[in-house]
Every structure is written in structure tokens, then in C-alpha cells.
Design a protein around this ligand. Sequence first.
Ligand code: FMN
Ligand code: SF4
Length: 298
Amino acid sequence: MKLLFEETKLGNMKLKNRFVRSATWENMATEEGLLTDPLIKIYEDLAKSDVGLIITGYANVLQEEKPNPGMMGIYSDKFVNEYQKLTNLVHEYGSKIIMQIAYGGTKTTYQTEERIIYAPSEIPERSTHTVGKAMTKEEIVIVENAFADAAKRIQEAGFDGVEIHGAHTYLINQFLSPYYNKRTDEYGGSLDNRMRFLNEIYGKIRKQVGQDFTIVIKLTSSEFFDGGLTFDDTRQICKKMEQIGVDAIEFFGLSRPLLAEPDLIKRWKEGVRKKAICLSCSKCRTNDGNYCTIFKKG
Ligand SMILES: Cc1cc2nc3c(=O)[nH]c(=O)nc-3n(C[C@H](O)[C@H](O)[C@H](O)COP(=O)(O)O)c2cc1C
Ligand code: SF4
């Protein structure tokens, strides 16, 4: 526990401790993806309570690509001023904040009739059964550039870094997965080919933000089903990510425990070391926002 409270460095970020709030979609942004008072309060509470690094809920890089309601947006320059409020606030308390960016894809049932949803191949997603459009090379470039433009805005808004969402069956994860990626071009087949989309996104982001900006990637360790991404594949992906200069790969972080107790880290720091009260029951997603319905009312 002592080590967890020690300062550390992650990329170029100096963190006051090693506790990371992993990305948590709050379902509290406006329809456009702008901040609201309840959303700002969540980040203020986390920063106030000594969380060393806060990763925002996933933000969409293309306006039309919104896998869930109430997500933060980062698809246009109008968000730069908006998020300066948030980054200044978090920095006032000595915490660091990075923004997670994602292209959701077929792991959604949200407004699926009203938009084109991209996928590596036309394979129904296992839980939503949504089928996407197999992307052309031009569409791949559009999405890659959207990630890179979003990262530039994130840097301009004063965030300490950016996290690429490569997990949870979202689009990047689907490109990596032999189950979802059945392409026969240079983006499918071998692991090197399946990694190409992620590599290109990383390369374009790095070009936009420079060497000193922290880039983190969140990966699924294994898909845990026949024909899916295995732990061995992920080990290879991690090695490659390290070689190309990714600053960190997310293994674990704290999401639900901090919904149940936003002041958990402060409590532990002050010596009240009983374990987190969160029951891991996942009853924290509601239509009125994602909050702990057991211990903390929204
Ligand atoms: C309400 C809710 C929203 C989440 N939103 C995101 C998200 O936006 N991006 C992401 O990568 N993971 C998201 N997650 C997953 C968490 O970051 C985390 O990986 C997962 O909940 C396991 O950690 P935990 O046991 O500490 O909750 C979310 C989880 C919950 C409960
Ligand atoms: S609803 Fe359940 S899983 Fe979610 S934060 Fe509360 S106790 Fe934890």
C-alpha cells in the first residue's frame, strides 16, 4: 500500500500516486457531448480525493459515431475551450487527467437504424447482434484521421495525455480480433495485419501531438471465446506497442469502486484501510446517468 501512495512517472506525467481511475462513461454529457454541472462535479470529487490519474469516459471522435448516449464529444474544435475548464479544475487539486477516445462500432444498439456503423468485416457483434459495414480503405483513413485530430484537440485543451480505447469489442479491438476481422487485404489475416489499423492510429496521433505527449492504450487481455483474440496475441500486441513508443498499456484501474466511493483513495491515505465497499454488481448504469445505485444516489 505504501508504494501505491508514492509518486511515479508515466510517460511525461508526474503522478502524485499510482491510483488510476479507469475510463467510465458517465452518461451525463449533453446531446452534443458537452460538459454538464453533474459531470464536472464527478471529476472535481475524484481530483479532490487524491486520485493520481483520472481517465475520462470515452469520447467520440466522429460526431455521427456515438455508441451510447451522454458521452463526451471530441469530434470538433469547439471542445477545446470546453475541456480547458475541466483540465484546469483537475490540475488545481494536483491530479492528472487524460481523455479516452473511441470509435464504438457494432457493440451498440443505440440509434443503429439512423447511421452507418463501421466494422472490419460484416460479422454480427456477439451481444448486440449489430452488423456493421466492412470499411473501405478510404473509410479506414477517415477514422484514423479522426482519432489523430481528436488527440490534437485533447492536447490543446490541457489534458496530460490521451488513451486510445483498444478494448471491449469496440472498433480497434475488432480489427485485432481474428473472430471479427475476416479481411483479406493488408488489414486482416496475420496478427501484423490485424494490428495495422491500431499502429496507423498510434502513428498519426504521435505525429500530431509530438514525442512528449503521453499516449496510453487500453487493451482486452483475451476475448475468452473460441476464435477470439487470445492472451498470447495480446502479449505480442503489447510488445509491439512498447516498441513503437506507446507510453503505457492499461492492465487494471479503478472504475466501479470509485463510483461507490469517490473518496476511496483519500480514505485509504488517511489510514482507514478496509476494502472498497463496491459489490461489483454492475447496477451502476441508468438512463439518468451512471452512478452507484447501491451506495450513492445520483
Ligand atoms: C458505468 C461504467 C462505464 C464504463 N465506461 C467505460 C469507458 O468509457 N471506457 C472504458 O474503457 N471502460 C469503461 N468501463 C469499464 C471500466 O473502465 C473498467 O475497465 C471495468 O469496470 C472494470 O474495472 P472495475 O472492476 O474497477 O469497475 C466502464 C465501466 C462502468 C461500470
Ligand atoms: S452499483 Fe454495484 S458495481 Fe456499481 S458502484 Fe455500486 S456497488 Fe459497485
